[in-house]
Design a protein around this ligand. Structure first.
Ligand code: DP6
Length: 352
């Protein structure tokens, strides 16, 4: 095994039609297909990986902190370990892994840092091991770490097919259009809270499926939404796209509120954003922007470059917005020159 370091950078994605609720919690198999926009500039995860016989044991550092996946003993950690092992076995090597990953944006604030982290890691492992797995296969591996991560394996607008097989082999992501098909799409992220969410999305999926009567209507609604979003994207029909995005976010959050005990990710500032966007759209006569919220209170405002300044200006007057991060549509994971494995870190992790 060569001791070469491979560094990749990747980005989170924002779901336009959401994944909420699974038919299989172990394999992360969703009840409906979903569709997202991969983000880019300003929001990146950089991950450097190296496999070497010189390393004494697997060591993964995320945002400066060494991860103890075995001790954590939770689902996500278990899947990360499984993914590393799966890739290593595929490469028929016993070499140990040293990995360092860093986000350019706050983690655990509903900005899909786990999607970005898992997708970039899987992409980097494939490259470092010379596995030449296709993106479809990488998305299946990433999906098992965190469902929404499978969509971050691709750039542009991405669909995650729910699939129907029980082994998950047909539940993978694929690109609908590349980033340069509609480069004017922008996500203005209004941060209203940076605190960690109280109910993890992993847990939330289960509670909603188990307890919400409203949820029964969600999979067919979302599945139809995916088909309509694909049409609106192909036609670059922003007015229709915006309505589909807002309605889907509202529908998902309605099923969360209908869960028992209720799951409430939106706060007053989020509701202020919803009001502000409807006002902007009404005064414009058609949709200039669409809000969408994942499992957290921060608003993602999807708009077009030509409206970005006006929407940002009007949005910044909404109460409770702490900061704004803007990202264009991104082209997915790629090689990076920004190596994060230092000589010191390597020495620390080498066999004596
Ligand atoms: C609301 O992908 O975080 O962001 O599969 O348990 O890791 P796990 O869940 P996760 O769920 C994301 C849900 C969402 C909507 C979406 O991104 O589609």
């Amino acid at each position: 095994m060569s001791d070469e370091i491979y560094t990749a950078s990747g980005s989170p994605n924002i779901a336009l039609i959401k994944y909420w609720g699974r038919r299989d919690d172990l394999l992360n198999l969703p009840n409906n297909s979903s569709i997202s926009m991969t983000l880019g500039d300003g929001l990146t995860t950089t991950t450097s990986v190296m496999f070497s016989d010189r390393i004494k044991e697997d060591a993964v550092y995320i945002n400066g902190k060494r991860q103890d996946y075995k001790a954590a003993n939770d689902e996500k950690s278990g899947f990360m370990l499984k993914a590393i092992e799966y890739m290593r076995e595929a490469a028929k090597t016993n070499a140990r892994l040293l990995a360092v990953s860093k986000n350019s944006f706050p983690s655990d604030a509903g900005l899909a840092s786990s999607a970005s982290g898992a997708a970039t890691m899987v992409y980097a492992l494939n490259e470092a091991l010379g596995l030449k797995m296709q993106q479809k296969e990488l998305s299946i591996v990433a999906r098992q770490i965190s469902g929404s991560a499978c969509r971050s394996i691709f750039g542009g607008i991405v669909k995650w097919n729910k699939g129907s097989r029980s082994d998950g082999s047909d539940s993978f992501a694929e690109q609908v259009v590349p980033a340069d098909y509609w480069p004017d799409l922008v996500d203005i992220i209004a941060i209203v809270s940076e605190s960690k969410k109280k109910v993890s999305s992993s847990e939330g999926h289960k509670v909603t499926v188990r307890t919400s009567a409203l949820y029964r209507a969600r999979p067919p609604f979302a599945e139809a939404g995916v088909a309509k979003v694909i049409e609106a994207v192909h036609e670059k029909d922003f007015n229709s796209l915006a309505e589909l995005i807002m309605r889907d976010s509202n529908d998902m959050h309605a099923t969360m509120l209908d869960s028992w005990p209720p799951i409430i990710y939106l706060n007053d500032a989020s509701k202020g954003i919803i009001g502000a966007i409807h006002e902007i759209n009404q005064s414009h006569g058609e949709n200039m922007a669409a809000y969408t919220f994942d499992a957290g209170p921060n608003g993602h405002i999807i708009t077009l470059r030509k409206y970005e300044a006006e929407v940002t200006e009007r949005l910044s007057k909404a109460v409770g917005i702490k900061s704004i991060i803007t990202s264009g549509i991104g082209s997915g994971p790629r090689k990076s020159e920004d190596c994060l494995i230092t000589k010191e870190l390597l020495a620390e992790n080498e066999r004596q």
